[in-house]
Design a binder for this molecule. Structure first.
Ligand code: 1CP
Length: 351
């Protein structure tokens, strides 16, 4: 049998590891020439994401280059709203766009949980195929956007600078906003469950935009639903349990609450130090993060020094999954990514 690298799953369970596991948000993407070649073959981002063979190919690409300890399904968080009928497109060089954004009570009333075996079948097919092709090399992470972050895109109709449309809906019509968040939360739970059933060995929720909310609004419109998801997956505990990681940009003020949610891991950005985060969560959950992604533009020596500092900030393992504080960018140098990944293993093994 081939040796199975389970460092990532062990770290999430806070068990001893020989070296700190590392994977990187957006590890498959435009900074890799081989990704750009496959994407050109697919014609569009959604053409790539909806083709299980091609999605599998790009998921595995970063693992061929770097000594990564986990694979993440190649897809996007916006597949759920697309399956709800909002009409997703990605214009070249621009962000995502929805043809039919959600603005009114009637728009919200029309939304239903998508059929995982129909509209989102391409996602679970990709998960099964990737698991097969991985052959146990490293664990596979499935993911979803958080209800709040998905609602941001659904109401704004795309990316946004100030989230004026979604915030004014939330603040002026909170009952309507909760109705929207409820149906999205049910969809997220069904989506993650389907990915788990298809073979995902860990699950991650990206709350990219929770940090744009004031604390009382964050608790009402984001944390409440993150907790519902974590509670759902905390049920049926035991050996079968698939670990869940809650990542959020700007989630540092809420670490204690996130650690109490029922999730195994919390992902943090670079605005909080890991030693402070570890102290505040009191060893209740694993931590994932948190190198400033912009470090990758610096020299290899500077990258190694920052990796070392991040590992020292966490302190002795277990319970740390090394990652960036947010995703890789298209103009980053793959050679620098290699320096980072090797430095994580070299420095943490020596500790
Ligand atoms: O043209 C291209 O190739 C598009 C670039 C791209 C890629 C590579 C998009 C469009 N999505 C993805 C893949 C993706 N998205 C993954 C794949 C797995 C991996 O990490 O390797 C994941 C996990 C996501 C998740 C995602 N999509 C998030 C949450 C994480 C984060 O970065 O904060 C968000 C907010 C999105 C929306 C999205 N999709 C794509 C873009 C350009 C955006 C951002 C839009 C914006 O608000 O400006």
């Amino acid at each position: 049998m081939t040796a199975t690298n389970d460092r990532f799953l062990r770290a999430l369970r806070r068990e001893p590891v020989d070296a700190t596991p590392v994977w990187l948000m957006r590890q498959a993407g435009r900074y890799l020439p081989e990704y750009r070649a496959t994407r050109a073959k697919a014609g569009s981002f959604m053409g790539l994401a909806t083709n299980p063979e091609l999605a599998c190919e790009v998921t595995l690409q970063p693992l061929e280059r770097f000594d990564l300890d986990a694979a993440i399904l190649f897809s996007d968080i916006l597949t759920i709203p697309d399956a709800m009928g909002l009409g997703l497109t990605f214009a070249e060089g621009e962000g995502p766009r929805f043809a039919r954004p959600v603005r009114t009570a009637a728009d919200i009333a029309r939304l239903a949980v998508p059929d995982m075996g129909a509209e989102l079948r391409y996602v679970t097919d990709a998960v099964s195929l990737i698991r097969r092709e991985l052959g146990g090399r490293v664990p596979l992470i499935g993911f979803s956007g958080s209800p709040w972050t998905l609602a941001c895109y659904m109401v704004e109709g795309g990316g946004s600078d100030n989230f004026s449309k979604v915030k004014s809906l939330a603040f002026s019509e909170p009952a309507l906003m909760h109705q929207l968040l409820e149906v999205v939360t049910d969809s997220v739970i069904a989506y993650l469950s389907a990915q788990r059933a298809a073979g995902a060995q860990a699950l991650m929720v990206f709350d990219t935009w929770g940090g744009v909310l004031a604390p009382h609004h964050y608790r009402e419109f984001s944390l409440r639903y993150l907790t519902r998801i974590a509670q759902e997956f905390a049920r049926g505990d035991g050996a079968e349990r698939t670990p869940l990681i809650l990542f959020g940009k700007g989630n540092a003020p809420y670490l204690e609450e996130l650690a109490a949610s029922g999730a195994e891991g919390v992902g943090v950005d670079w605005l909080v130090s890991l030693d402070e985060a570890r102290r505040r969560i009191g060893g209740k959950v694993a931590l994932q993060g948190n190198l400033d992604p912009v470090t990758l533009y610096a020299s290899p020596d500077a990258i190694r020094a920052e990796v070392k500092r991040t590992l020292e900030s966490y302190g002795p393992h277990p319970g740390h999954v090394f990652n960036l504080g947010h995703g890789l960018s298209p103009d980053m140098n793959p050679e620098h990514v290699k320096v980072l990944v090797n430095a994580v293993h070299d420095f943490s093994r020596a500790r």
